[in-house]
Structures are given as C-alpha cells and as structure tokens.
Design a protein around this ligand. Structure first.
Ligand SMILES: C[S@@+](CC[C@H](N)C(=O)[O-])C[C@H]1O[C@@H](n2cnc3c(N)ncnc32)[C@H](O)[C@@H]1O
Length: 414
C-alpha cells in the first residue's frame, strides 16, 4: 500500500530558520543591506541591520568552509556552484537572514522562529500556534496562508436520511422512537443494578438520542467533518501498512491490560448499535481555534464508552517524520520495530476529532473528561475512549494526548 509522502526536507524552506547571524555572517558581508528581499512587510520598527547583525560581526566575519545553501529571492534553494546571476539583479543570501525579520502576521512578533510557518504563495510568516485552528506540525505539501487561500465554505453533509444511511453503510437502520425508548430504559435499568458499576469499574454502553432528527444531525455532523478532511468512515482498525498479525498485544512493554468479558460485551454492543445507526449522543462542531471538536449532545455518565480510536495501523518507525496531528500510539514495545500507531490517514471515526488538554496548565488539565485506555482484546491492542466523569450535555470532550509515551506539543492549546 502506498504511504503518504511526508518529509523533513520541506522544513527548512517553510519554517523560519532559527539559526542566527553567528553561524552565517560570512555571507552577510557580500550583501547590501537595502538589497535584502523582505518576504513579509516587517512590522517591527527596530532597524533590521542593527538588530540582526552587530557591526563587530560584519567587520570580522569568521570563515565558513562548507558550501552553504542559499536562496534566490526566497524562492528557490540552490548550492554555491549553481549561482548564476545573468542580467537580472539577484541577491543570493542566507535564508536565515532573509527570514530573520519575518514577523507573525497574527501577533506581530518575531519570536519562536522554529514555529514560524511561511506561506508558499506570499512568504508571509505565521506562528503555527497563532493560526486558527492551531497547527502543531508542519503540514505536508504546500501551505497557503489564510490571506492567500480562497475562503472555502466548509462542506455540509446533506440532511437526508437516505444519504446518511448510505454514507455510514448502515445495514439495518433503527429509526423508531419506540425502539430507542426501549433501549434507553433497558440501559438505565442495567446501569443501576450493576454492583461493579457502583465501584466505577464497568464500561457502560452509551445511550443514543431518542429524537431521530437530532440523531441524524449528529451523524451528518460527523459525515461533514470526515468529508472535509478527506476521510472515509470506519469504526474499526484498518490494516495494510502493517499486517494484522503485527498487532500482538503481547508485544507491549510490561504487558497490556486485558479487557474484561463484561466490558467486551458492552463494547460489542456499542459497535453493533453504531452499525444500526443507534448513534453516540455526540455532535461534531467547528471551533475557530481548535478546528473540529466533539460535544456531548446528552448527559453522559462516568465510564460510558465514547468511541474506539480507529484508522490505519502502521509501524511507529515509519511515522517518525509524519506531520499528521492525529497519530495515536497503539503498541509500545521494547523492540522499536514492533511498535505500532493508528493513523487516520484515509479512514477514521469520531475519535480523531476529540480535543486534547493543555498539559502545561492546571486549567488545561481540569478540562479532561475522557480517558484513553489501551486494552488487549482477543490478543490485539485496541484504543478505547471512555468518559472519566459525568459529562453534561453541551460539554466539549477532551482527553490527554500525552497519556502514554508521546510528546504532543500542547503548550499552546486552549
Ligand atoms: C487529533 S486532532 C483533533 C481534531 C482537529 N480539531 C481537527 O479539526 O481535525 C488534533 C488537532 O486539533 C487541534 N486541537 C485539539 N485540541 C486543541 C486545543 N485544546 N486547543 C487548540 N487546538 C486543539 C490542534 O490543531 C491539534 O493539532
């Protein structure tokens, strides 16, 4: 199966280079200050020459032996030997200096150079964390800033039951209000009578919204979000990058907890309900800062099954430079080649839209209302999202993206 192409090679061009004049000043003396191409209208009032290059550095540039990478008017990267001036007036200079006066178009500051993303059309700079929604990694391919990109209206899924049934490939759709009320009554009865539930140990099935129209809206909201990011719906793990045989929970470093029989029954029941269109009471909405988010559309009790994290299973070692922001750890092993991740590249479900908490602040941590738990189920690793407290209708769902060994940069999360 063809892997998506991601690479480090675009990084240097598209993110402001943070290396400062100290390592590059030998090139600087060859340039005229007023010939510096300015990729972005520099908003700061400090004189650029004074700020970036002290006179002492210009007077005695250290020798740099290695051929350097240069940039032609900030567009094309070439090596020393390839420089051709011709008739046009071209200034070849070091990218670090070209971009060193780039200010973020949103906040007007020039700090956090390693987070400064440059538009591939206008070369204006934007801090990745100042964008709405925030970007946590350099996007693959070209990146066009909000000023240059035509404002496209988000795709809305048609609120037609037949279309929704087709999209989710429901085998048997359960539209009847009476059936839904029955399900709810049975579920509530079971929840109350369970003694282990009183101790907060058992997984609870979710209770779908009874109102059919509202349930269709919930489904359409997910269909629209998935369509907007080019994903198909899939409620189970997909194999191809890594074979299913690679998913052996026994490979987990220190062992993986086994899902109890009762919880497995609940999980299977939720999966079956989902297949019939007895949907989780969740709505996908759009937030300016966070992008697509998930909100509880009913009160959800503690320990309720929210969703399984799905997508394509791949080897972690193949994803080291992946800029995807939704990669989920599936298996952590002592042997790095056995480690697995879930990558909703082409397929996924509602789980990939849940927000992450900001691990760096108390306020951020207090938002967490969902737990992400990895279980061994029939010998295979699976990732399950579970309510970790009672969640009120309208609350946004958050879990800890860094619950395992990952280092998701959440310091700018809201
Ligand atoms: C797994 S995706 C979640 C879905 C995402 N919002 C979307 O529209 O596709 C993770 C990305 O969502 C955004 N995000 C998630 N939680 C956030 C938060 N608390 N604050 C800001 N952005 C957040 C960030 O852009 C992050 O890289």
């Amino acid at each position: 199966m063809e892997r998506p192409r991601y690479g480090k090679e675009r990084r240097a061009k598209r993110v402001r280079i943070s290396t400062l004049y100290r390592t590059h000043c030998s090139q600087v003396v060859e340039c005229q200050w007023n010939d510096y191409p300015s990729p972005s209208p520099c908003k700061n009032t400090v004189d650029f020459a004074e700020e970036v290059l002290p006179t002492s550095a210009v007077a005695e540039p250290p020798k740099v032996e290695e051929p350097k990478t240069y940039v032609k008017k900030k567009q094309r990267i070439v090596k020393d030997e390839q420089v051709k001036v011709g008739t046009e007036m071209v200034i070849w200079t070091d990218p670090a200096l070209i971009y060193s006066c780039t200010m973020c178009e949103e906040c007007g500051r020039g700090d956090s150079a390693d987070q400064m993303l440059l538009c591939d059309k206008c070369d204006r700079g934007f801090h990745m964390f100042c964008l709405s929604p925030i970007l946590v990694s350099i996007p693959p391919g070209d990146w066009i800033c909000p000023h240059c990109s035509q404002s496209t209206t988000a795709y809305e899924f048609q609120m037609v039951q037949r279309k929704i049934v087709e999209y989710f490939r429901f085998k048997k759709f359960v539209p009847s209000k009476t059936v839904m009320e029955g399900i709810e009554k049975r579920t509530l009865k079971k929840q109350k009578s369970s003694s282990s539930q009183k101790r907060g140990l058992r997984l609870l099935p979710y209770v779908p919204t009874i109102d059919l129209q509202r349930r269709l809206e919930q489904m359409a909201s997910l269909a629209a979000a998935l369509t907007n990011i080019g994903l198909d719906f899939s409620d189970s793990l997909s194999y191809g990058y890594a074979p299913r045989t690679a998913n052996r929970a026994a490979n987990e470093k220190g062992g993986m907890r086994e899902m109890s029989k009762e919880d497995k029954v609940t999980l299977d029941r939720c999966k079956a309900m989902c297949k019939r269109g007895e949907w989780q009471p969740l709505m996908v909405t759009y937030d300016l800062r966070q992008g697509f988010v998930v909100e509880a559309d009913e009160d959800i009790p503690n320990m309720t099954f929210i969703a399984e994290y799905t997508g394509e299973v791949d080897y972690m070692c193949c994803r080291h430079y992946d800029s995807g922001n939704s990669i989920m750890g599936l298996l952590f092993s002592d042997d790095p080649v056995k480690e697995l991740v879930i990558c909703p590249d082409r397929r996924g479900n509602i789980a990939r839209f849940l927000s992450g908490i900001n691990n760096h602040t108390e306020e951020g941590r207090s938002k967490q209302n969902v737990r992400c738990v990895r279980y061994s189920i029939n010998g295979e690793a699976r990732v399950i999202l579970i309510a970790m407290r009672d969640i009120r209708k309208g609350e946004r769902l958050y879990y800890d993206y860094n619950a395992y060994y990952t280092e998701y940069p959440t310091q700018h999360f809201v």
